[in-house]
Unconditional design. Structure first.
Length: 433
C-alpha cells in the first residue's frame, strides 16, 4: 500500500482515541518495535525500536541509532483525539417509547454535523474478574444509534441560525424502549466475557462513514478525525521508515489536545519529559546529559491547518492563502499560539527544498484569534526549538472533514527526511550535516 492507502486504512480503524493508539501500537509491532512498560526498568540497546503507552490514549515511540556519539532528540508530535460526544454514566432515558442516551460534548465540535447520520459507540470499559480490575477496548462496529433533527415543519428556524443545546438536542436514540433492561445495557453485556463484571466506561460516539477519496479525479479525502490523525499517521509512517542517523528519533501522540492537554498523558503532562529523561539516563551517566541533549533537540508539532474556504475566502488572510494539495503548511502566530519562529521555519523550509516538497505558510487574519496546538503546551515541560506544521484541510472539527489527497505524501516525506538527517543546533543556528 502507498501512504494514502495506509493512512485511510488506519483512519477506518480509529473510532476513538483508544482505538487510534491501539492502531498505532499494532503498526509499530508489525514493524519490529518492542513495547515497554513505565512501571519496569527500560532495557535499551543501540539500534533498538521501542514504544510506551500511557493510559491507553497516548503513545511515545523511539529508535536508538547504531552509535550514540552525540545525544539529541528529533521529535514529531501529534494528537489522537478529536471533538466528539462522550456517553455519561447510567445514560439511559426512556420517553415516548424511545430509548435515549445522555452524552456530554468533548472539545469544540460543529454540532450540526452530528445529526442525521448512523453513529457507532467505541472506547473502553473497565471490568473486574476475581480481584483484577482492567481495561477492555470495545467497539460496537455497527450503526448503533442516531441523533435526528427536528423536521423543518416543526422548527421553522432551523435554517436561520438555530442554536443546538447539548443537553437537549444531542441525545442519540439507540432503539425502542424495552420492557426489561435496556438496549444500552445489552450492548455493554455483549462486550463482557464470562465472569467479567462491568464497572465503568469511557465510551464515545463516532461517525460510521468511512474515510474515502472523493472528487471527480479523487482530489480529496473525506473522513472523520482528519484533525489530527491525518498528520499523526502520515508522520508515524515517516518516522518508522526513516534511516538510522545520529540522535534519537521520537514519535509522540499525546491525548486531550482538544480540551487543553491537562491530563496525565497530554502535552501538559510530564509524559514526554519522563520518557526522554529515562532514555538519557540509560545512555549517559552524566547529570548534565539530559539538559545538554534537550538544548540540541528539535520538535515538529504536527497538527492540521485551515485551507482557504471555497465559499468564504474572506475568512482567510488575503496574503497567506493555504490550498488543498498545496503541500506542507508552516503555521505562524505573533502571540506564539504556534511555536514557529524564523530559525525553526528556515530549518523546515530547507528540508522541504531538499526533498522538493511544497511549502505553504499560514497566518490567521489579523482581526481573528485562531486556535493553538500541542507544541507550545509541550514546550512548558520540555523546552525545545520547535515548529508548528500541518496539512491543509476544510471543515475542521466537523464530524466529517476534507483534505487534499496528495498532501499525506508530503507530510510522510518531510518527517522521513527530518528523522534521517543529522544536524547540529545551538541557540541561533542549525547546521545540517
Amino acid at each position: 500500500m502507498n501512504i494514502k492507502e495506509k493512512v485511510i486504512n488506519a483512519l477506518n480503524h480509529s473510532h476513538s482515541e483508544f482505538q487510534s493508539i491501539d492502531q498505532m501500537s499494532k503498526i509499530l509491532l508489525q514493524n519490529g518495535f518492542k513495547e515497554l512498560n513505565e512501571t519496569e526498568n527500560f532495557e535499551l540497546e543501540n539500534n533498538g525500536k521501542y514504544f510506551v503507552k500511557r493510559n491507553l490514549t497516548s503513545l511515545i515511540a523511539f529508535k536508538t541509532p547504531n552509535s550514540l556519539d552525540d545525544l539529541y532528540f528529533k521529535i514529531v508530535a501529534s494528537h489522537p483525539d478529536s471533538p466528539t460526544y462522550k456517553i455519561k454514566s447510567d445514560p439511559v432515558i426512556n420517553i415516548n417509547r424511545y430509548e435515549k442516551l445522555k452524552v456530554e460534548g468533548y472539545g469544540g465540535m460543529i454540532i450540526s454535523t452530528w445529526l442525521d447520520k448512523p453513529l457507532g459507540i467505541a472506547g473502553r470499559i473497565v471490568v473486574r474478574k476475581d480481584n483484577n480490575i482492567y481495561s477492555k477496548l470495545v467497539d460496537s462496529n455497527s450503526d448503533t444509534c442516531i441523533i435526528p433533527n427536528v423536521a423543518i415543519h416543526q422548527n421553522r428556524n432551523i435554517n436561520s441560525g438555530y442554536q443546538y443545546n447539548n443537553q437537549v438536542d444531542l441525545c442519540p436514540i439507540i432503539g425502542d424502549s424495552l420492557e426489561e433492561g435496556s438496549n444500552y445495557n445489552n450492548l455493554i453485556k455483549s462486550f463482557l466475557d464470562k465472569d467479567e463484571v462491568f464497572l465503568s466506561e469511557d465510551l464515545y460516539l463516532y461517525n460510521r462513514e468511512e474515510a474515502k477519496e472523493i472528487g471527480f479525479k479523487k482530489d480529496y479525502i473525506s473522513s472523520p478525525k482528519l484533525d489530527d490523525l491525518a498528520a499523526g499517521f502520515s508522520s508515524l509512517f515517516g518516522f518508522i521508515e526513516s534511516e538510522d542517523t545520529s540522535g534519537i528519533n521520537v514519535f509522540a501522540s499525546l491525548n486531550n489536545e482538544e480540551v487543553g492537554s491537562e491530563s496525565i498523558n497530554g502535552a501538559d503532562s510530564t509524559f514526554l519529559h519522563d520518557i526522554l529523561r529515562r532514555i538519557t539516563l540509560y545512555f549517559k551517566d552524566d547529570k548534565e546529559a539530559y539538559y545538554k541533549a534537550i538544548a540540541k533537540s528539535f520538535l515538529v508539532s504536527a497538527d492540521n491547518a485551515h485551507a482557504i474556504y471555497p465559499n468564504h475566502p474572506e475568512l482567510s488572510d488575503d496574503k497567506n492563502k493555504c490550498l488543498l494539495n498545496g503541500g506542507i503548511v508552516i503555521k505562524h502566530n505573533a502571540n506564539m499560539l504556534y511555536t514557529s519562529d524564523a530559525l525553526s521555519t528556515s530549518f523546515i523550509k530547507t528540508l522541504c527544498e531538499k526533498e522538493n516538497l511544497k511549502i505553504q505558510e499560514f497566518f490567521n487574519r489579523s482581526d481573528v484569534r485562531g486556535g493553538s496546538t500541542l507544541g507550545n503546551i509541550s514546550n512548558s515541560h520540555v523546552s525545545l526549538l520547535s515548529v508548528d506544521i500541518g496539512l491543509p484541510q476544510l471543515a475542521m472539527h466537523s464530524n466529517y472533514e476534507v483534505m487534499g489527497s496528495k498532501d499525506l505524501d508530503e507530510m510522510y516525506k518531510l518527517i522521513k527526511k527530518f528523522m534521517s538527517v543529522s544536524f547540529e543546533l545551538n541557540k541561533t543556528s542549525v547546521k545540517i550535516k
